[in-house]
Design a protein around this ligand. Sequence first.
Ligand code: URA
Length: 219
Amino acid sequence: MSDKKTQLEEIEKNVKICQKCRLCKFARNAVPGEGNINADIVFVGEAPGEVEDATGKPFVGRAGKLLESLLSEIGLKRTDVWIGNIIKHRPPENRDPFPDEIEACQSYLIMQLKIIAPKLIVTLGRFSMNHFYKEGKISRDHGQLYRTSEYNVFPVYHPAAALRNPDMAMALKKDFVKIPEVLGKIKDGSLLRKSGVFTNAGNTNNNNLQPKGQLGLGF
Ligand code: URA
C-alpha cells in the first residue's frame, strides 16, 4: 500500500496528461492542487485562472492574494492547508465550467479528498459548493456548516467574486473568521452536544430541518 504522498503524486501525473474534456486543448498547464497533505482544512475553488494556468499552481493570482490575506487573519499560511479546484484546466477566458467538464474532472478531486481526508472542506464559490451539496445556494448557505455523508463542508463566497463586490467581500471576511471555531467544534465533537439544529446533526432519522439528508449547522 503506497503512502499518501505517492498516491497524490500518481493523481497529479494523471491530471497533467488528462484529455477527458476539451479544456486541456486551451490550457497551458494543469493545476492539480497543492499544500499540506495532512491538513485539517482543505480549500476547494472552481477552476484555474490565467496566472494559475501559467504556473500550474492554484490560487496564485489576485483571488489567491485575497485568499492568503484571509488565511493570515485566522493565523494560517497557505502551506498549512491544502488548496485545490473542482476543474484542473483553465476554461477559456475564465468562463464558467460546463456540466460535462465538471463531470469529467470531478473524480480527481474525489480521489484527492479521500486520500487527504480533511476534517473540514471550505468551498470557495457556488461551483465548488454544488459539488458537495447539489441543492446548495451560495447566497443562502455561505457561512453555515454542512455535514454530507462524508465531509464537513463550509461554503463561502469565491474570493474573485469578493474582489468585484464589496458586500460579498464583507460576507467572505465574516465567514472566514468563523473557520477556527468551526474546526474546533468538529475536532472536539461539541457540535453534536449543542441544542437546536446541532442536536439534529446526530439524528439521521430527522430530515425535517434539512433538505435531502444534508445537515446545515448554524454558525
Ligand atoms: N479561482 C479558482 O477558483 N481557482 C484558482 O485556482 C484560482 C482562481
